[in-house]
Design a protein around this ligand. Structure first.
Ligand SMILES: *[C@@H]1O[C@H](CO)[C@@H](O)[C@H](O)[C@H]1NC(C)=O
Ligand SMILES: *[C@@H]1O[C@H](CO)[C@@H](O)[C@H](O)[C@H]1NC(C)=O
Ligand SMILES: *[C@@H]1O[C@H](CO)[C@@H](O)[C@H](O)[C@H]1NC(C)=O
Ligand SMILES: *[C@@H]1O[C@H](CO)[C@@H](O)[C@H](O)[C@H]1NC(C)=O
Ligand SMILES: *[C@@H]1O[C@H](CO)[C@@H](O)[C@H](O)[C@H]1NC(C)=O
Ligand SMILES: *[C@@H]1O[C@H](CO)[C@@H](O)[C@H](O)[C@H]1NC(C)=O
Ligand SMILES: *[C@H]1O[C@H](CO)[C@@H](O)[C@H](O)[C@H]1NC(C)=O
Length: 445
């Protein structure tokens, strides 16, 4: 049930410098009037989003596909990738000071075993801290802490989620936009993507593509530690830098996060809540991360095939009829992405495949209210700022896909299109503002 990636080496492609601002952001205010934040984090208001992002959910199936453009992102302000960020930076200290610590349970900071997994020996079997790693607990024991999202309520729903992206160039031909193109070409499938901040700054164009394609972007920390082993200020730093990277690169501020390895307790939940995020777990785990592949393990792919076969069979034979699911998959390496693509078409035939926020009726997964996602309660939303200048900016690329006709058709549309309800969709531009010198940098855990 618990999964632990022992080590990952990230060879990051990075780009040089430009920064500028566009994106409509809500007016920031204080952190919170309760444990769950009620307003956009004021401590992100100084982060200026890169130009070139879509400003609303795409209201057409013509989403961009194909090769990514380079993005000119200044990396100098960021901590090293794939390492614990410093806790004494002014940014992290500002967040720390904005949190009302009397609302954060005083649960112990766990120690880590040699392999980085949290040490559960000696933990009270009554599970006073709702520690998922120890018990699978998702309903907090402490008052004021928000419960985790665990599954889609409706039987037959498959909440599609991929962790650890965006998959950087070390994924070879399986690096993004491989999976994003595949999703676009398969019924314009949307997914929820739980991003590692270190990967977002290493593959910024992929993150921008994901937003333009209509996926839901959530936080998966900066460097992927077991969060219950992190001190309060370390938890803040991990979440802050992931939020910072996502906001600068894509212009949005997620209200959702997933703890690496599912390792969360009420202390960590409460901090994430005050930083504006709901905890999203899963109820079905492919264990795909443990297959042989770059940075993977040794689980036979046939075992993962068996999970998918079993889930499909249980749905078909009527035994899986209590509720829907949220499934854990990864865009981690060649093995996980190829496995995801192998099974998606069959899953789509058996289940209604949706990003988890759709089945949960969460139409605004970000603090920026100009993004309104389809939900079961409101399948065809109108963007809050549909008539504003928000629709004039270009997406990250205009290059048609290499490959199938469907991809080319999707990538080649050249100007804004209009839907039946009059909402202008994103427009594609060949004069992509971002530029263009790629440098290689290597980060090591
Ligand atoms: C619409 O855009 C304006 C200007 O960017 C912004 O001030 C306002 O908050 C936005 N309204 C909504 C509902 O997003
Ligand atoms: C922090 O939370 C406590 C408990 O709800 C509350 O009494 C106190 O006023 C809050 N402090 C601030 C500065 O908001
Ligand atoms: C694990 O926790 C137990 C009980 O708190 C402690 O005695 C032991 O030293 C810990 N192990 C490590 C590796 O920290
Ligand atoms: C339905 O399929 C599941 C998964 O393969 C299996 O465990 C279960 O025994 C099947 N039940 C029936 C009634 O066929
Ligand atoms: C993934 O890459 C490894 C080598 O890095 C290779 O052994 C393996 O066959 C690849 N798997 C897939 C599914 O492409
Ligand atoms: C979402 O909205 C639909 C339609 O109104 C409703 O049937 C469903 O129960 C809602 N689901 C949740 C999780 O609120
Ligand atoms: C990136 O942006 C910086 C700052 O705007 C600029 O000085 C630099 O020339 C840009 N680099 C490229 C390759 O366009």
């Amino acid at each position: 049930m618990k999964s632990y990636i022992l080590s990952l080496t990230l060879l990051a492609s990075t780009a040089l410098a430009q920064s500028s601002s566009s994106a409509a952001a809500p007016q920031p205010s204080g952190t919170s009037s309760g444990t769950l934040a009620q307003s956009s984090p004021a401590w992100l208001s100084d982060v200026k989003p890169l130009p070139g992002n879509v400003q609303s959910y795409p209201t057409t199936t013509q989403v961009p596909t194909g090769p990514l453009s380079a993005v000119n992102l200044t990396l100098s302000g960021y901590p090293p990738g794939w390492a614990s960020p410093p806790t004494d930076s002014p940014q992290v200290q500002a967040v720390y000071k904005a949190i009302n610590w009397s609302l954060v349970p005083n649960s112990a900071v766990r120690t880590a075993n040699k392999d980085g997994t949290p040490n559960m020996s000696g933990y009270d079997a009554s599970d006073p801290d709702c520690w998922w790693s120890a018990s699978g607990c998702t309903t907090p024991k402490h008052q004021g802490v928000e419960a985790d999202i665990v599954n889609c309520p409706t039987a037959g729903d498959w909440g599609l989620t991929y962790d650890d992206g965006p998959l950087t160039s070390d994924g070879g031909t399986w690096a993004e936009p491989n999976l994003y193109d595949f999703l676009a070409q398969h019924n314009n499938q949307k997914a929820a993507l739980f991003y590692i901040g270190s990967n977002v700054i290493a593959a910024p164009a992929a993150a921008q593509r994901a937003l333009a394609d209509g996926h839901t972007i959530c936080v998966h920390t900066w460097s992927h530690p077991a969060m219950t082993t992190q001190s309060n200020v370390q938890v803040v730093a991990e979440l802050y830098w992931a939020l910072h990277a996502i906001k600068e690169v894509t212009g949005i501020t997620p209200k959702c996060w997933r703890p690496p390895y599912g390792d969360v307790d009420d202390r960590v939940r409460a901090i994430a809540n005050q930083m504006g995020m709901t905890t999203v777990i899963w109820d079905e785990d492919t264990n795909d991360w443990n297959m042989p592949g770059d940075g993977g393990g040794n689980l036979p792919p046939a075992t993962v095939d068996g999970y998918f076969e079993g889930w499909i069979e249980a749905r078909k034979n009527g035994t899986d009829n209590q509720h829907g699911h949220i499934i854990l998959e990864h865009e981690l390496n060649n093995a996980t992405v190829s496995m995801a693509e192998k099974w998606l078409p069959q899953i789509q035939q058996t289940f209604r495949v949706v990003p988890y926020n759709q089945c949960m009726n969460i139409s605004q997964p970000y603090w920026e209210t100009n993004f309104v996602y389809p939900t079961d309660a409101n399948p065809t939303p109108v963007a809050a700022n549909a008539s504003s200048s928000a629709h004039t900016s270009a997406v990250a690329t205009s290059t048609p896909a290499v490959g199938s006709g469907a991809a080319s058709a999707a990538g080649a549309s050249s100007s804004s299109s209009t839907t039946s309800n009059g909402v202008s969709s994103f427009s594609l531009s060949s004069s992509v503002t971002a530029a263009f010198v790629m440098m290689a940098a290597a980060y090591f855990m």
